[in-house]
Design a protein around this ligand. Sequence first.
Ligand code: TYD
Ligand code: MG
Length: 454
Amino acid sequence: MAKNPIYSCSACGSSFTKWSGRCDGCGEWNTITEDAGLSTGPGAKALGAKRGTGVTLTDLRAKETPPPRTQSQMTELDRVLGGGLVPASAILVGGDPGIGKSTLLLQAAAHFAKAGMKTIYVSGEEASAQVRMRAQRLGLDDAPVQLAADTNLRNILTTLEAEAPGLAIIDSIQTMWLDTVDSAPGSVSQVRATAHELTTFAKRKGISVVLVGHVTKEGQIAGPRVVEHMVDTVLYFEGERGHQFRILRAVKNRFGPADEIGVFEMTGAGLAEVTNPSALFLSERGTPSPGSVVFAGIEGTRPVLCELQALVAPSPHSQARRTVVGWDGGRLAMILAVLEARCGIPFAGLDVYLNVAGGMKINEPAADLAVAAALLSAREDSALPADTVVFGEISLSGALRPAPQTENRLKEAQKLGFTSAIAPKGGKAPGVQGMALNQMSDLTGFVGEVFGAG
Ligand code: TYD
Ligand code: MG
């Protein structure tokens, strides 16, 4: 029987039955190669008569003790890791170039080393002298961190095996290369191969590895998504260049809650931890103005208050603009549609801008009501009371759905001097002393009560 070869794209992984110069899946050129030994269809090779050895099966009852953890004493970092560093784990730290990944990891390396963990920092981007100079500037030069400046992964692995550290930091995965892979460092095949070597090495030798990864313009770790699947934990280091706040966000964590955040501030002396992010995010807030609303959010396990700002203005264009920073554009379109269809408040012909202050990014559906409030407040040119926070999810019918952890949100708001909250009806909502809770069941009611319209 004839064998049907399969061709696959090394950039996006799509497979094809025919070779072509350009991948139909991702549009990349010269990334399609024949997958040796892989074929499907009627001609595909069956497993054959050769049998494998059995694999061991166990049941779910066996007692497992939680993994031991080492704390860096940087509480913001330890929280995002799920309570500290787990031995033999592989962690990917992604972020835009220049956002502060090397600074963060050098500080983390120094803290782990001081906490008694043998730590090796491998820089493929800077010379050892540069890293030392940075350490001196950060006042970390007394930490017992071992440095190397190399990009040849084979040599690095040999060294790590001989030195047997508890933690190895590889800065960055895009600079590493293996001589078995026939392409340049940073290419998809090199990133995939070096990340695979490092993660299996971590498991085999019981060494925790941190891989630093640059993010492309599209917001993905350069190289295939497959790196994210290989590691135990994926952290993103986010922030706006013009702002000093940096947020370390867990987007995947096999050893702890995802969506947990750690907040840092970039200062002249490196990254400083921000233990009370709400106060920081609200610090730039002036007198209450139309379009500004404080959202009582939850990030991971902790409440975070932040300010949403909306601007609504007649559009000079035939197609009105919708611009969002820090929130999902699709979700904004949905809120606008619900306001129009359920409450009869049109936004056609109006440009809409929405911004989350401080460079924060919000993913929570509970921000819906705060966004709607900001949009209405901007449209009606009427400010909400300065002492009020807003939260709650909006459904397509215009009903308000209760948000989780109402009590935590209220407590945080009260701690920061707010005295009232607008939230959906229902759900567990134990009152918090000193906070007037105004509960509403649908968006129309909210519009009528707060803006006297609808
Ligand atoms: P860096 O950690 O090199 O970024 P990355 O590794 O993500 O590319 O950080 C670079 C930026 O951080 C640089 O623009 C200068 C700034 N920075 C400070 O503001 N203060 C500091 O103490 C340090 C070390 C860096
Ligand atoms: Mg760097």
